[in-house]
Design a protein around this ligand. Structure first.
Ligand code: NAD
Ligand code: UDP
Length: 314
């Protein structure tokens, strides 16, 4: 049994990770500044003697003791990370230094959640870990993409210079219950629009692709990565099944039975045209691959939003 610090633990992925760790008898310290995270995501854990919450911003140093640190603190949706781009950069750089400094002091291992966004608008398909990416360093997504690239560099350099144990995963679009309904990500947008009978907003022509991984698959991969001994990564974690936004909208309309119409809106600047992970490395190092298909994952996610709408939860 270990004490595990989860930064960003009240967010979408972080709260599922806290559940997973507690179910495996770890002590969990959840650190969050509640920018995009919600108390509701972790309310069911309050009262568990192995669970603690600290309201803290990782841009400031933190002094706690832990054996392992999962670093998830960072807004993930374009709408959220572009809200205050300088703060987003600080979280991925100054915040990362604080997390790595804590790890150095405690001799803790750090798993850092990097992103497929380090590949930018990729020129090779599917994306392998060897690809260095195609990122616009001054575009509207750069606060996130470049921040995450610096964070990867910090991880490697703390490992080389200070022998800190690090693990880096590059997460591709992941979805599921507890995604913030108003964060502008495509799956939450489309499901809520379908359930409310509002138009489905397709940005651009809808032919751009993403590969959607269900949250339980991702958390399993993340845990395996932290607890394997040999490979610091980066390792891609995502579902290699690629879908266009039009295909996604059709699936959501079919499952919800909604008669919402499609409307076409302007494509955001620098929106990647295609994205699909090569997960050969995750398969061999972690013996991991996603098992939840898009239809069942969407069905669970739709049930979650239906319940939220019915109970008028914020
Ligand atoms: P999320 O926005 O739901 O969670 C992020 C959490 O971090 C929130 O609880 C937020 O309040 C907290 N946070 C933000 N800045 C902070 C700071 N400075 N100090 C302390 N807490 C802070 O997003 P998510 O989807 O759960 O993503 C979690 C991590 O995984 C992020 O680092 C994200 O970049 C990465 N990731 C997610 C995806 C995805 O598809 N969900 C894809 C790639 C990478
Ligand atoms: N998108 C869309 N309609 C929406 C929200 C998003 O067509 O209402 C598109 C967006 O332009 C992008 C894709 O869906 O091509 C995924 O967007 P998201 O913000 O979920 O993730 P990211 O772009 O960071 O992968």
């Amino acid at each position: 049994m270990t004490t595990v610090l989860v930064t960003g633990g009240a967010g979408f992925l972080g709260s599922h990770l806290c559940d997973y760790l507690l179910a495996r008898d770890h002590d969990v310290i959840c650190v969050d500044n509640f920018f995009t995270g919600r108390k509701e995501n972790i309310r069911h854990l309050i009262g568990n003697p192995r669970f603690e919450v600290i309201r803290h911003d990782i841009v400031h140093p933190l002094f706690v003791e832990a054996d392992q640190i999962f670093n998830l603190a960072c807004p993930a949706s374009p709408k959220a990370y572009q809200h205050n781009p300088i703060k987003t950069i600080k979280t991925s750089t100054v915040g990362m230094v604080n997390v790595l400094g804590l790890a150095k002091r405690c001799h803790a291992r750090v798993l850092h959640t990097s992103t497929s966004e380090v590949y930018g608008d990729p020129l090779i398909h599917p994306q392998t870990e060897e690809y260095w990416g195609h990122v616009n360093p001054i575009g509207p997504r750069s606060c996130y993409d470049e921040g995450k690239r610096v964070a990867e560099s910090l991880c490697i350099n703390y490992h080389v210079s200070h022998d800190v144990g690090v693990r880096i995963i590059r997460i591709f679009n992941t979805y599921g219950p507890r995604m913030a309904p108003d964060d502008g990500r495509v799956i939450s947008n489309f499901i809520l629009q379908a359930l409310r009978g509002e138009p489905i907003t397709i940005y651009g022509d809808g032919e751009q692709t993403r590969s959607f991984c269900y949250v339980s698959d991702l958390i399993e991969g993340m845990y395996r990565m932290m607890n394997q001994e040999t490979d610091i990564g980066p390792i891609n974690l995502g579902n290699p099944v690629e879908n266009s936004m039009l295909e996604l909208a059709e699936k959501i309309l079919e499952i919800t039975g909604s008669s919402s119409k499609l409307v076409y809106e302007e494509l955001p600047k620098d929106d990647p045209q295609r994205r699909c992970p090569d997960i050969t490395k995750a398969r061999s190092v972690l013996d991991w691959e996603p098992v939840v298909d898009l239809k069942s994952g969407l069905t669970s996610t739709i049930d979650y939003y239906r319940t939220r709408l019915a109970t008028n939860a914020k």
